[in-house]
Design a protein around this ligand. Structure first.
Ligand code: TYM
Length: 332
């Protein structure tokens, strides 16, 4: 039997999961679950590059696992695990730090953004984060890394690290490809349409566990454009607010922009906003309900992350051994 290709990705439990995470990443993972051998994890080690409240980090990590499963990631078909449970991430992360250049790390947009936002805590981990992310990826030798647009730069840096490492030691790592969805790769804030949707602007951010009435309110208040045309047309440059609502609608309904334009012909932005809100509410409703049910069953969640860590560790260890041998460490 031909071996399945491998897919891998992770999300930081640094805030409650939101629509950007779902449309940019999770939805794309779920759609390909049968075709690939899948590894999805909670990137808790990355999260401490910014100060966290420990109890909140623990709660969000479990909630994230429940949401992965509730979104359709069957633990029988996907290895779901918590990053800090698989010690090989930290170990390979160290090795790859030594093969990642200062200049490369300095160019990372996420580092620039986060160091501007957290001036009091520009720590070494925040800077070398992409080397740990490369380790997360390479331990499992994936073919594809499904992420939103904003993570593409990190996956590209990972590819550079692979080329450098393989150039020195032979074909140790497979070169991974970023896999970015057509619709939903960059969901923008509902209130500031030129910023990406993120927890830092909560009013413009739709959280997966949020109540339907709150989601409806956020969509009703979504900023549309101040042009006088008031016609639903996909034009991200001149109508970023409307284009964002259309891309969310497209991602949740599968409709093309042309179909959406036709649907709202002769109607203004006032009709688009509640329609997108309703479509999002109906997409998220079963996910929220199932996640709530799973969160009440801590023993089940524990059995999933334990089995996940065991399987992930088995695969990761094989890669780590190979790497240690290549760089010249004496086998234990
Ligand atoms: P993170 O935790 O910031 O985001 C998780 C995933 O959600 C996507 N995403 C979005 N997509 C569309 N629109 C948005 N507004 C939006 N906001 C977030 C991200 O692109 C990402 O796919 N470094 C990673 C986590 C990570 C990782 C990895 C990913 C750690 N190790 C290994 C892949 C492979 C991060 O900070 O993503």
């Amino acid at each position: 039997m031909e071996e399945k290709k491998v897919m891998l990705s992770g999300i930081q439990p640094s805030g409650d999961l939101h629509l950007g995470n779902y449309l940019g990443a999770i939805k794309n993972w779920v759609e390909r679950t049968d075709e690939f051998d899948n590894f999805y994890f909670m990137a808790d080690m990355h999260t401490i590059t910014v100060r966290q409240t420990p109890a909140d980090l623990r709660r969000r990590t479990l909630e994230q696992l429940a949401l992965y499963i509730a979104s359709g990631l069957d633990p029988e078909k996907n290895t779901l695990f918590i990053q800090s449970h698989v010690h090989q991430h930290a170990e390979l992360g160290w090795v790859l730090n030594c093969y990642t250049m200062f200049g490369e790390l300095s160019r990372m947009t996420q580092f620039k953004d986060k160091s501007a936002k957290h001036k009091e805590n520009i720590n070494g981990g925040l800077f070398t984060y992409p080397a740990l992310m490369a380790a997360d990826i390479l331990l499992y030798q994936p073919d594809f890394v499904p992420v939103g647009e904003d993570q593409k730069q990190h996956v590209e840096l990972c590819r550079n690290i692979v080329q450098r490492f393989n150039g020195l030691y032979g074909d140790v790592f497979k070169v991974p490809e970023p896999y970015i969805p057509k619709a939903g790769a960059r969901v923008m804030s509902l209130t500031v349409p030129d910023s990406k949707m993120s927890k830092s602007i909560p009013e413009g951010c739709v959280f997966l566990m949020e109540k339907p009435e709150d989601i409806a309110r956020k969509f009703k208040r979504a900023i549309t454009d101040s042009d006088t045309e008031n016609c639903v047309r996909y034009d991200p440059k001149n109508k970023p607010g409307v284009a964002n609502l259309m891309s969310i609608y497209s991602a949740v309904t599968g409709k093309t922009y042309a179909e959406i334009e036709k649907e709202f012909e002769g109607q203004g932005y006032g009709a688009l906003k509640p329609a997108v809100g309703d479509a999002v509410i109906e997409t998220l409703r079963p996910i929220r309900e199932e996640a709530t049910r799973l969160l009440a069953d801590k023993a089940y969640l524990e059995s999933v992350y334990r089995a996940g860590a065991e399987r992930a560790s088995y695969v990761a260890e094989k890669t780590l051994r190979k790497v240690y041998k290549k760089v010249g460490f004496v086998a234990r």
